[in-house]
Design a protein around this ligand. Structure first.
Ligand SMILES: [Zn+2]
Ligand SMILES: [Zn+2]
Length: 50
């Protein structure tokens, strides 16, 4: 699943723990559907927290 940051940057991102593709909740936060983690990732485009 391609997730989109608030700045418009799009990419598919994988969980560092289990390798599952991350999904995005309605608030735009990243979430791993397998292990339930909310990984803190900086957007490589704008540098802000995803
Ligand atoms: Zn995971
Ligand atoms: Zn961004």
């Amino acid at each position: 699943m391609v997730v989109e940051h608030t700045c418009g940057f799009k990419r598919d991102i994988y969980c560092r723990e289990c390798g599952t593709e991350l999904i995005q909740n309605p608030r735009g936060e990243l979430l791993c559907p397998k292990c339930g983690r909310r990984p803190a990732i900086l957007c490589p485009h704008c540098g802000k927290l995803w």
